[in-house]
Design a protein around this ligand. Structure first.
Ligand code: DHE
Length: 535
């Protein structure tokens, strides 16, 4: 198709020209026609590949608004080029993943009105719920292995989770867990590992089984990204392993389930109004979730509304969920605890800010400009020799890590401010360190330069103002997401590729110790570090 030969610059000029003309030509005349089958295919491609960033209703979030009022002003050719080549703002090139025909189809699809996706309520959830191994038929004691050093590894593009023994490096099992598994979390005891797939399917893995096995599953919606469990034990009760919660993108809601069976208990809609303009938003999606260790509550981030919910689950047995709504910033995405697990820091990545929530005082402490699209994962906590305790995040939109001071008591002058900016090789997604380590590891996954996307950057905590070391780990795929073992002396990182692998690095020497071949690995979660929220 002509668009391949057209240089991007030419297309931008065309875009401006057409944008002017489009004001005159009747939009209806230029709207492409798709057959029912083509429309259905376009809808599926958009749902699988684009909705996460642009929203199911295409109102925009991590990515811009793609409603017809915007897309019809851009020629199909220009849309197809943008889809094919990606952008410098964090959208990957899809030409390596989609065929030319698919790219042309999605470019046309984007000029048509988005379909209203179906709802998914308690009735559908209960129909999908499977208790594969009843609680009384599960092992009564842990396996003879060092199970708290197991790793759950997501094999994203083949919809599986593999459990690896962190001591012996044996692959213990590989389980089918749903389309494009996104993240894993553990129960507070560490015994259970929970996965959530993009398709809204949550699964529960019993790590005490030999080998570990699936014990329950449920489809909580049609699109989801986050899952966590109840971690509080104190004077208000013992909620260890009692509940699990999934945050959905579509329908916009969260679902509370029994922690040992995934039986659904309550669905709570997140449909609401934007915190600043009080406009109703039809699709305020539930993004990151963390579980408090100090109170019987979860912190849930409502992306498009810009509201952080503190959800008290202590009275759920009598059907009561108590929400504290805290205005923060639109497009909340991912985040994590500070080292005291009192403060929650979350990126509002489209606003280039990090919001700090004090879960004791139950309020927004600060909104901090950090750089072009912060993307912390859960971020990294460590002591900066100059600024004291800090939490750090990489950025999707620029090759830089920002450090935020997190100690308002002993280092008040640095608290809730960017205290240091550290250059890295490329635009990245995740950062990782460990209390016993001298290293801070950062991936460069989003870099458009493939060599850089195959490189890991590492800083020494003793020399944060110095130059980092860049380690090219592979000549295929992209390097993504790091995780430590329980002792903090090994760092595991994924080579995300069909012929992918897990690269195990000796944290002291920074030398590669071992490579475990594995198809399309992304996130990895060590049981001990995940149950402790150690990062
Ligand atoms: Fe993620 C975390 C959403 C793309 C791998 N991702 C998260 C979280 C959210 C999110 C809300 C925080 C969950 C939590 O802590 O409760 N991710 C999204 C998107 O909307 C987005 C931008 C596009 C999409 O359609 O999903 C997106 N994410 C990706 C990827 O392309 C990654 C690299 C591979 C994949 O699975 O598609 C990816 N996201 C991850 C991982 C985490 C994550 C590994 C967990 C990080 C952690 O250490 O906790």
């Amino acid at each position: 198709m002509a668009y391949r030969k057209l240089h991007l610059l030419t297309l931008v000029m065309m875009f401006c020209l057409f944008a002017g003309l489009a004001g005159n030509a009747s939009a209806e005349e230029s709207v492409p026609q798709l057959s029912e089958e083509e429309f259905a295919k376009g809808k599926q491609i958009f749902f699988d590949r684009c909705a996460g960033c642009h929203g199911t209703l295409r109102k925009g979030a991590t990515g811009p608004n793609l409603e017809p009022k915007k897309t019809r002003a851009i020629p199909v050719e220009a849309l197809a080029t943008i889809v094919s080549e990606g952008t410098g703002g964090g959208m990957p090139p899809w030409k390596d993943v989609m065929s030319r025909d698919e790219i042309e189809l999605i470019a046309k699809y984007l000029q048509l009105d988005p379909p209203q996706p179906p709802e998914w309520g308690m009735e559908q959830m209960k129909e999908s719920w499977k208790l594969l191994v009843p609680v009384d038929q599960r092992p009564k004691s842990p396996p003879k292995r060092n199970w708290q050093n197991y790793f759950g590894v997501i094999q994203r593009d083949i919809g599986k989770v593999t459990i690896i023994d962190g001591d012996t490096k044996e692959i213990l099992t590989t389980l089918n867990t749903g389309f494009a598994v996104h993240i894993l979390r553990t129960s507070a005891s560490g015994r259970y590992m929970y996965s959530i797939g993009r398709d809204g399917k949550a699964t529960m893995i019993d790590l005490w089984a030999t080998p570990p096995n699936l014990v329950a599953e449920i489809k909580t919606g049609l699109d989801a990204r986050s899952i966590d469990t109840s971690k509080y034990k104190g004077k208000l009760g013992n909620f260890i392993d009692k509940y699990a919660v999934v945050g959905n993108y579509w329908p916009p809601h969260y679902v509370i389930m029994k922690g040992d069976t995934l039986e659904p208990i309550k669905v709570v809609s997140s449909r609401s109004y934007t915190y600043d303009t009080n406009e109703f938003h039809p699709e305020p999606r539930v993004a990151s979730i963390v579980a408090s260790h100090h109170a019987p509550e979860w912190v849930l981030n409502i992306k498009e509304a810009g509201i952080v919910l503190l959800v008290d689950y202590s009275k759920i047995d009598n059907g009561t969920v108590i929400e504290t709504k805290i205005n923060a910033e639109r497009f909340l995405h991912d985040g994590g605890w500070d080292s005291t697990k009192r403060y929650f820091l979350v990126a509002a990545n489209m606003k280039n800010k990090v919001a700090v929530i004090d879960t004791f005082e139950r309020k927004l402490v600060s909104l901090i400009e950090t750089g072009n699209k912060p993307h912390p994962g859960r971020g990294a906590n460590y002591i900066d020799p100059e600024f004291g305790p800090v939490w750090a995040t990489p950025h999707i939109g620029e090759p830089m890590v920002a450090e935020i001071g997190t100690d308002p008591v002993k280092h008040p002058q640095h608290a809730w401010k960017v205290v240091r900016k550290m250059p890295v090789a490329g635009n990245g997604l995740f950062i990782k360190t460990h209390p016993k380590s001298d290293n801070i590891w950062v991936d460069n996954t989003i870099s458009k330069d493939l060599d850089i996307a195959q490189t890991l950057t590492v800083y020494s905590k003793k020399d944060l103002g110095g130059k980092p070391v860049n380690m090219r780990l592979t000549d295929h795929g992209k390097v993504v997401h790091m995780e430590y073992n329980k002792n903090g002396d090994e760092m595991w990182v994924s080579v995300w590729d069909k012929e992918g692998e897990i690269v195990i690095i000796d944290d002291k020497t920074r030398k590669v110790k071992q490579r475990i071949p594995l198809a399309t690995p992304t996130g990895k979660f060590n049981v001990w570090n995940t149950m402790q929220d150690e990062y």
